[in-house]
Design a protein around this ligand. Sequence first.
Ligand SMILES: [Fe+2]
Ligand SMILES: [Fe+2]
Length: 385
Amino acid sequence: MSNDSQHILDFIRHLLSATANASLYGMEHPQVERLTSQSFTSIGEILKSRPEVTLMVVENELIIDGQPQELGLFLDRFTQILKSRDIGTIKLLYGITKLEVNALIRGLSNQSDGGTLAIASSDHIRFGKVDLQVSGLSGDADLIGSNKTSITLPDMPRVELANFMEIYEAVKKKHKLQINGVYDVVAGFINVFRQEGKPLLAMAALKETDEYTFTHSTNVCVLNLAQAMALGIEGQLLNDIGVAAMLHDIGKLFIPEEILTKTERLTDKEFNIIKQHPVKGARHLLETSGVPRLAVVTAYEHHLKFNLSGYPKVPTDWQQNLCSHMTAISDFFDALRTKRSYRKSIEVKQITDMMQNMIGADLHPTLTRNFLKIILVLTESTDRI
Ligand SMILES: [Fe+2]
Ligand SMILES: [Fe+2]
């Protein structure tokens, strides 16, 4: 375990003990004072090396900086406390003071109004809710639209897309990856989705483009953004999740074209070559300056399954990043939905049934349920995916 993860766990452990003691003996008790100092020291250590830490509760899972945690005794309790206070996210920012940690403990321990006290954000501690915005399934989900109109191609950030095509071609010819261009494409998508409110419809329009890895990467980006936006993820993390999706298969550009486009069954040797694309991609991204770390990790992990089978081989205690789980989900859906040279596209219902059966073994349970809700709302409101 890294030092940082240890500090985060220490912070939560001390915070939890302080909260329990404060509920029992009141805020003035010396034990509460001591534990407050300890949790303040731990969070201070973490924020020396990064600007912020985000804790997020999605259903019964605790996610720290995009990383789902294995819930032991105290993390489980902590998750339940946040849920009971209706807190979906806590962002802890650089500059946090002991007074703010103290107020957090007071807020978490206060049960005077039945435990639903709204805790106010302060300068360096921000609270938020995680809304599964499509959970109602009533067809009125603003996020992805509810009527039958679809985004037409002129609505898409076409200039950025053309740039992305160029970036792809350049990488293919062994030139340097222009990461800023990728950021622009993703920012363009996010803008269009916000204005139009229909991210997935954008995907349909892109099916017309013929270069498979390019179209596929763009579709996976759109699907990842839809997933992340439905979870209430915003800001830099949302952008990075989009960029990571755009680049997840970049390693395929280093695999011979004739293997990628082969219509007959692949030999074992050929399949082994294809299986190298996550490692090749991650290595390429690692060597390119300005690429978010999340993109490197996602390129490496996107063919790992929830149970850690898949490829490349990883140790049994490997912690897979949340964005890799999201990308594996988007990837599976798009790979089957898109018509390939060797088979027709598969019906959405058939794919979602398959995904339902893959929950837990192949795919992340909470994220897959979130994804299936998005797709369900969309298929009820439009015939265009
Ligand atoms: Fe891949
Ligand atoms: Fe892929």
